[in-house]
Design a protein around this ligand. Structure first.
Ligand SMILES: *[C@@H]1O[C@H](CO)[C@@H](O)[C@H](O)[C@H]1NC(C)=O
Ligand SMILES: *[C@@H]1O[C@H](CO)[C@@H](O)[C@H](O)[C@H]1NC(C)=O
Length: 251
């Protein structure tokens, strides 16, 4: 009903502009190209929106696992940089760690790749919390994950300097009870996975994990996100024929 009202408005606006649109009105909002031709781009945006929810993509990983670093290096950084306008990305740096509450009430974390990995998870968790804006913390975390020869502390220092990020509050958080409880939240998020994760990196697409999604994410994440996105107007990166068949477009 709302759609119909908006549509009638679109038709009225276009008529009042007296343009030379030769496409029947029911197709005007079918693609951005036609909308532009008929001079109704602005009005048609209301049509695009209901189907144009961002693609929710979540990565469950741990800071020092080689496969996780590979995923940042070969897929995630490139894809998120190109597609951040249509992606709602969640990073959960915990992975195969486990936790136990100690006598003082703090969580005692144990990590697959040793104590440094726990420190890395804490630094990244605190960066997410303190920097808040993913456009700021993603490049920082990605930089740490790209730096495979340093400890997370060393990489964090280097990456913060490179990107003009104030590292001290992040390091303070990573050793504080705030950092401890933030990482516990990452543990809860990881433990809430259904099905439970069996390895890292582990991905979910719009909240769902399947072997097929995992394989596509590791093979060509850009194609996966572009194909999943329902909006009519896709970012330019979706039109490059790099993958299998992800440049399909209506009209
Ligand atoms: C954390 O757990 C490990 C392994 O169970 C133990 O060796 C260590 O003493 C604990 N640390 C603290 C601070 O309780
Ligand atoms: C996040 O940071 C980017 C890059 O600096 C900026 O363009 C954007 O407006 C910020 N978003 C919010 C919600 O502050």
């Amino acid at each position: 009903m709302v759609k119909l009202v908006v549509f009638v408005m679109v038709v009225a606006v276009a008529k009042s502009l007296g343009n030379k649109c030769d496409v029947p009105p029911e197709f005007w909002c079918g693609s951005e190209k036609v909308a532009r031709h008929c001079q109704v781009t602005e009005q048609c945006h209301r049509f695009y929106e209901p189907n144009a929810d961002k693609v929710r993509f979540a990565l469950y990983y741990e800071s020092m696992c080689p496969g996780c670093r590979d995923f940042f290096r070969t897929q995630l950084t490139k894809t998120f940089t190109a597609l951040k306008d249509i992606m709602d990305l969640t990073l959960v740096p915990y992975g195969n760690a486990w936790e136990k509450k100690d006598a003082s009430g703090r969580w005692n974390f144990t990590c697959q790749h040793g104590e440094d990995e726990c420190v890395g998870n804490l630094i990244e968790t605190c960066a997410i919390h303190l920097l808040k804006n993913i456009s700021i913390y993603f490049p920082f975390i990605s930089c740490i994950e790209h730096d495979e020869f340093g400890t997370p502390q060393f990489s964090a220092k280097k990456c913060a300097k490179q990107q003009g990020i104030d590292l001290q509050p992040i390091m303070d958080c990573s050793t504080s009870s705030l950092g401890n409880s933030l990482l516990h939240q990452m543990a809860l998020k990881t433990e809430a996975l259904n099905p439970p994760h069996e390895y890292v990196p582990w991905v979910t697409l719009n909240g769902v994990h399947t072997e097929d999604i995992q394989k596509k994410a590791e093979g060509d994440l850009t194609a996966l996100v572009c194909d999943t996105y329902k909006g009519s107007s896709k970012p330019a990166a979706c039109n490059k024929k790099t993958g299998l068949h992800h440049s399909r477009r209506k009209l």
